[in-house]
Design a protein around this ligand. Structure first.
Ligand code: GLV
Ligand code: MG
Length: 349
């Protein structure tokens, strides 16, 4: 078991001259993390336009980038960071994992060249807090050396059996932790799950209704990812960081993508990855609260100004706990309204 830093030192910078870590994850709208292959000149040329559509742009250096294009992807990311003004849109990079031949050079290239614009480093295949501690220390040294004054955050991908086992310790590893995403493809492989899909359900994973004479029996499909998403959300919320569903690989099935994203949203996730432009709109629709829910939540807050007691609204009991539920929804709607004027109007802000 790795010992953690003493409470008094937990928020101290890990290198002399590095910025002081945040005490809380900065409030930002991150409904989708939009993946871009930075070595692709054509797609890179669209980044300025994309910034208006998406909440986060991520330059992907890891899986899906062929080995012979890893260096071009790195260089493309630096160009992309330098050539664009990202405004309120987040700039992230998914680096290669720490035991790969590329991870170290990814960090040593992109942080000095683009560190002042880089909000979050996404670290794949995190197995335990030791991976976070390594990156935490290295980022602090680079921030100090290159005069980076805003802390670069770390987002872990939960995609190995060992990572899931250690999820609480990963969430608690550093004040630099931004959050976590489920990586269903690598996780399926790591666990020996028998699916070739990237996220989503499986037609054979279900519960069979009881036999009743000759009546045909229905198989009710279950969510393969329920356990892991729930475990991830609890770990993240307990440590004040954010949980995300990851990729949905079947671009030809937007309905299934929407269902998977919605399960994650309802369970506490704040966003998902978009790997295709069609998934941006799906993520916006799912991870922005529903206008009818927002209207009802506003009524709960108005009926209980100090958040205590019990009232009935439309025959439904409200108390201190439902007031907190309502506040989650209204706070999110206010955040969405800052970036999404069409939705702001439907929320009445
Ligand atoms: C994402 O990286 C995954 O493995 O699903
Ligand atoms: Mg993966």
């Amino acid at each position: 078991m790795t010992a953690s830093r003493p409470p008094a030192k937990f928020y101290a910078p890990l290198a002399i001259g590095a910025p002081t870590p945040y005490r809380e994850v900065p409030v930002r709208l991150e409904r989708m993390i939009h993946f871009v292959p930075p070595q692709n000149d054509k797609l890179r040329g669209r980044v300025a336009e994309m910034c208006k559509q998406v909440d986060v742009i991520l330059g992907n250096l890891e899986d899906a980038i062929p080995a012979d294009q890893k260096e071009a992807a790195r260089a493309g990311f630096v160009k992309m960071a330098r050539e664009n003004d990202f405004g309120s849109t987040g700039l992230w990079s998914r680096i290669n994992c720490l035991n790969s031949p590329w991870g170290l050079d990814d960090i040593l290239t992109i942080v000095p060249a683009a560190g002042t614009k880089l909000d979050v480093v996404m670290l794949p295949k995190v197995e335990g807090p030791w991976d976070i501690h390594y990156l935490d220390q290295l980022l602090a040294q680079l921030e100090a050396k290159h005069g980076i004054t805003k802390p670069i955050l770390i987002h872990a991908i939960l995609e190995t059996a060992e990572g899931v086992k250690n999820v609480d310790a990963i969430a608690a590893a550093s004040p630099r932790m931004h959050g976590m995403s489920l990586g269903p493809a690598d996780l399926a492989a790591s666990r020996g799950m028998k699916t070739t899909r990237v996220g989503g359900g499986h037609p054979s994973y279900g519960v069979l209704a009881d036999a009743k004479g000759d009546t045909p029996r229905t198989l009710f499909q279950q969510d393969l990812w329920h356990y892991t998403v729930a475990k991830m959300v609890d770990a993240c919320q307990a440590y004040g960081i954010k949980a995300f569903y990851g990729p949905f690989g079947d671009f030809s099935d937007p309905a299934a993508c929407e269902a998977q994203f919605r399960n994650a949203f309802l369970m506490g996730c704040v966003g998902a990855w978009s790997l295709h432009p069609t998934q941006v709109e799906i993520a916006k629709a799912v991870f922005s609260p529903d206008a009818v829910e927002v209207a009802f939540a506003k009524r709960i807050l108005a009926a209980m100004p100090d958040g205590t007691g019990a009232v009935m609204i439309d025959g439904k009991m409200q108390d201190d706990a439902t007031w907190k539920q309502a506040k989650v929804i209204v706070d999110l709607a206010k955040l969405v309204a800052t970036k999404d004027p069409a939705r702001a109007a439907t929320y009445g802000f």
